[in-house]
Structure formats: C-alpha cells, structure tokens
Ligand binder design. Structure first.
Ligand code: ADP
Ligand code: MG
Length: 240
C-alpha cells in the first residue's frame, strides 16, 4: 500500500531522511520508534506529502505521490493523518468536524455525510457527543474524534504521529483501544509512538529510526527480545 525507495531529504545540512526503504503492505500495522529528532515525523509527513523529498520514490497503492492540485487533495484524503495535537475545528461541532471534508473533497451529500459521521462516532464510542464542540470534550475524546474524522474520508491508510503523547495517562488507553480495533479491522497504519505495549500487541513490524536512517525493521517479537543494533538496545534501555 505504501512503498518508499531510496528516499532522501535534508533540512539545510541536516540529512533528516537517509536512503529510506520502507514497504507497508495492505492491512499492515507498522510502528515507528526512535529518539527525538530521528526523523519519524518527517517520514510521516513525506508519505502524506506535507513535506517534499529530494530523491527516491514514494508510492501509494502502486502510484507515485501526486505533485499538486486536485490529485494532491485526493492523496491527503486517501492517507489520513492523526497528530499529537488534535487539530479539530474549534468552532464546529463534532458532527460538523466529521462531515466537512467528506462533503468538500469526496463530494458526499449532506445526509450521507451525516449518516457516516454518526456511524463513525459510534465506532469510537462517542455517539452521544455529536453536537458538542471540541473544547467541551476531554483530550482522549478529542483524539478519538480526530481519528473518526480521518476515517470519514474512507482512507486507504492512516498515519499517526504520536497520537497519545499530549494526553493525560488515564486517557491514553481509550485512544490506543480505538487504534487496536482499527488494526483488527484491517486498516493499513503507520504509527509513530512511544507506547511499547501497543507496538508489541498491535504491530506487524517495528521500524527503529536513528539519525534519519531506518536501523531496524523487524517483527515486534524479534525487536523487543533481541534488538540487533547498539542504538536500539540503548534506546530500549532508556524507555522500558
Ligand atoms: P522526530 O519526529 O523523530 O522527533 P523530526 O522528523 O520531527 O524528528 O525531525 C528530524 C530533525 O529535523 C530534527 O533534528 C528536527 O529539528 C529537524 N527538523 C524538523 N522539521 C524541520 C524544519 N521544518 N526545518 C528545519 N529542521 C527541521
Ligand atoms: Mg516527531
């Protein structure tokens, strides 16, 4: 579903993505971990073309990422992104947050968009919050709305960039549980997270990044029981 070949990017002298090779199959869940500044967010943003790259190819569903225009808007709809900050429209109700883009980008009729929005709110356990505004919800609820909003576009894949890092501890699990359910339902997902329990239980593969490179790309079992690189060992010893 997602394929990166020989991808490179610099910020000035900083080589932030170095010869990245990554394949994410349909229905696969790939967890990306690594120290702060290792290039995890840049990788996600490149897949969604929020960032351009200098060399290499990135394909989604067998096609190169579009450069601009309508095709680019379509790509952003096909590859949903959920950020650390929930990025909901503050002056719109929860229901409207879920209906706007499907009507605008997918050209859905209002009735159909509303029906689908309610179905998705049900799925993330927020059916009774449709008419509230984001500020009236907890952080965990807002992040579940953000996930439902991404799903409202019927994406081919979802990218998560530290989706629980801004949450109070007691709210982390309700968000991870929604993500686990998505994984079980076969959604293709790239998840940047420090939640190692999630990585162990939900990931097909763990990708460890350091200094802009993919240092390891293995099953969670292999990675957590016997990391090969010193850098991964060092990283795990600090966070586990
Ligand atoms: P991570 O998500 O793993 O913490 P990032 O992908 O955000 O890492 O950043 C990788 C490196 O690129 C960091 O050193 C960061 O400071 C730098 N960086 C990120 N975005 C920019 C930018 N827009 N301009 C310059 N440097 C950036
Ligand atoms: Mg980051």
């Amino acid at each position: 579903m997602i394929e990166l070949r020989g991808v490179n990017k610099h910020y000035g002298k900083l080589h932030v993505l170095q010869d990245i090779e990554l394949t994410v199959g349909r229905g696969e869940v790939v967890v990306v971990i690594g120290p702060s500044g290792s290039g995890k967010s840049t990788l996600c943003r490149a897949i969604n073309r929020l960032e351009t790259v200098e060399s290499g190819t990135i394909e989604l569903d067998g096609k190169p990422l579009p450069e601009e225009g309508r095709a680019l808007a379509q790509l952003r709809a096909d590859v949903g992104m959920v950020f650390q900050a929930f990025n909901l429209f503050a002056h719109k109700t929860v229901l409207d947050n879920l209906m706007l883009a499907p009507m605008k980008v997918r050209k859905k009729k209002k009735d159909e968009a509303a029906r689908r929005a309610r179905e998705l709110l049900e799925r993330v356990g927020l059916a009774d919050q449709a008419d509230k505004y984001p500020a009236q919800l907890s952080g965990g609820q807002q992040q579940r709305v953000a996930i439902a909003r991404a799903l409202a576009m019927d994406p081919k894949a979802l990218l998560f960039d530290e989706p629980t890092s801004a949450l109070d501890p007691e709210m982390i699990n309700e968000v991870l549980e929604v993500m686990r359910q998505l994984a079980r339902d076969g959604m293709t997902m790239v998840v940047v997270t420090h939640e190692m329990g999630f990585a162990r239980s939900a990931a097909n593969r763990v990708v460890f990044m350091d200094d802009g490179r993919i240092v390891e790309d293995r099953t969670p079992e292999e990675f957590f029981t016997a990391p090969r690189s010193e850098r991964a060992k060092d990283f795990l010893s600090k966070i586990l």
